[in-house]
Design a protein around this ligand. Structure first.
Ligand SMILES: [Ca+2]
Length: 259
């Protein structure tokens, strides 16, 4: 009995077998902890990888049409809203009338509209487009089409060719008028005719073939003009077939000519 009592009082530290088992248990737990510490970062990395992939796929699912590029006004540009970045569009296309604040351009139906076949009851409007898919603007996020969309029900025909204009004042002298022009993709030169006037005189007649284009192919054109003490009128006249196709323009600038 006394020996059994003594055995019960003996601690584990004094029992070689129990000590061995306890040591193995502690080492085992340390190894499990070490393995866990090694595995955990991989698991976190994996989650990060998943989230990144998910964020990327979400980004791809956002329509590119609502992405806005920062507006970069040309330094010294005397023209208002030459890049058609205002009004800020939330849809791919909007018909803008003169009543639209911030637009900056006057507008009228083009002198090349055909009043014999068209109802002139509709208010002049210019179509502003927000860059979408691969149809990028030449500058910023938006551009204009001077053969505008026709929202009226067919077969009623209304004008679509539009003229936009601005009266410009500034220090008299030599200036450079520049803008980007693109034929509408998959339309021929019959759809893409543009006339530019300065002070009532024609300074450019542009014709471009976009029949082989899949995206707007922008080309920059520049012309020398004179600004006098009197305000000068810039007119951009949409021409060609009147069918809501053609005449993409963007990024009009009027800056002093460097000598
Ligand atoms: Ca633009």
């Amino acid at each position: 009995m006394p020996r059994k009592t003594i055995k019960k009082d003996v601690g584990l530290g004094r029992d070689p077998i129990a000590l061995g088992l306890a040591g193995a248990y502690i080492i085992g737990m340390l190894m499990v902890g070490l393995l866990h510490a090694m595995v955990s970062p991989i698991s976190v990395q994996s989650n990060l990888s998943y989230n990144t992939t998910r964020a990327s796929s979400l980004e791809k699912s956002v329509p590119s049409a609502i992405k806005q590029e920062p507006v970069r006004p040309a330094f010294g540009n005397l023209l208002t809203n030459g890049s058609f970045e205002f009004p800020l569009l939330r849809t791919e296309s909007q018909l803008v009338t003169e009543a639209t604040r911030q637009f900056g351009w006057r507008m009228a139906w083009s002198t090349q509209s055909n009043p014999k076949i068209l109802s002139l009851t509709r208010q002049p409007a210019v179509e502003v487009l927000l860059a979408h898919d691969s149809w990028r603007a030449a500058d910023g996020s938006q551009y204009a089409r001077l053969d505008t969309a026709n929202p009226t029900a067919r077969p009623v025909k209304t004008p679509t060719l539009v003229t936009i204009s601005q009266r410009v004042s500034g220090t008299p002298g030599a200036y450079t008028l520049s803008f980007d022009y693109a034929p509408e993709p998959k339309t021929s030169a019959k759809d893409n005719q543009l006339t530019v006037k300065w002070g009532g005189k024609v300074i450019a007649n542009i014709s471009a073939d976009g029949s082989k284009d899949t995206v707007p192919v922008w080309k920059r054109a520049s012309y020398s003009v004179e600004l006098t003490s009197e305000p000068s009128l810039l007119e951009v006249v949409g021409g060609g077939a009147e069918n809501s196709q053609g005449n993409l323009v963007d990024n009009f600038t009027l800056v002093p000519t460097l000598k």
